[in-house]
Ligand binder design. Structure first.
Ligand code: 8DG
Ligand code: MG
Ligand code: MG
Length: 144
């Protein structure tokens, strides 16, 4: 049988903000193992970006997403892997429906746990794409 050709996939990733903090979790995954990353995952057929972000946030942290805005998009090929991957990632800025909600860890095989980290004192190592964004001066907070 003919092997399936690799294709680019679409992901939705969230900067969930609370005060001056952002929600991060240490990954347990082939891409970015042990690095601190934002919640998010693959866009499913028929979903809007907001629907995908809200679903991934609920699946990964048990948190209910509130208002979300489009921030930016990246186009990235991950070659440092046995199976190369190509992702177009939609980044959204989001707040929680209820800021007092506490993150859970329903997917412990994929993440060590979630916590809030001060934007000016982010943990290391950051997931490569997030690290590149921070180094380039990207700031997910509203400008006003
Ligand atoms: P799913 O099965 O739940 O749909 O997917 P997932 O297991 O949650 O996917 P993921 O790896 O968390 O996210 C999909 C891809 O998005 C990931 O392999 C690489 C890309 N990605 C970035 N930056 C970030 C980020 O900060 N966090 C997450 N989660 N993914 C990111 O380029
Ligand atoms: Mg997921
Ligand atoms: Mg994920």
């Amino acid at each position: 049988m003919e092997e399936t050709q690799p294709v680019p996939r679409v992901g939705v990733v969230l900067f969930v903000l609370k005060g001056k903090s952002v929600l991060l979790g240490r990954r347990r995954a082939s891409i970015g193992e042990s690095t601190f990353a934002l919640p998010g995952g693959h866009l499913e057929f028929g979903e809007s970006f907001e629907e995908c972000g809200a679903r991934e946030l609920m699946e990964e942290t048990g948190l209910e997403m509130g208002k979300a805005d489009f921030l930016t998009v990246t186009n990235k090929v991950f070659l440092d892997k046995s199976k190369p991957c190509h992702y177009v990632i939609i980044f959204l800025r989001a707040v929680l429906a209820d800021p007092n909600q506490v993150p859970q860890n329903p997917e412990p095989d994929k993440c060590d746990g979630w916590d809030w980290y001060d934007w000016d004192n982010l943990p290391q190592p950051l997931f490569s794409t997030l690290d590149e964004m921070v180094r380039s001066g990207f700031n997910p907070f509203p400008s006003t």
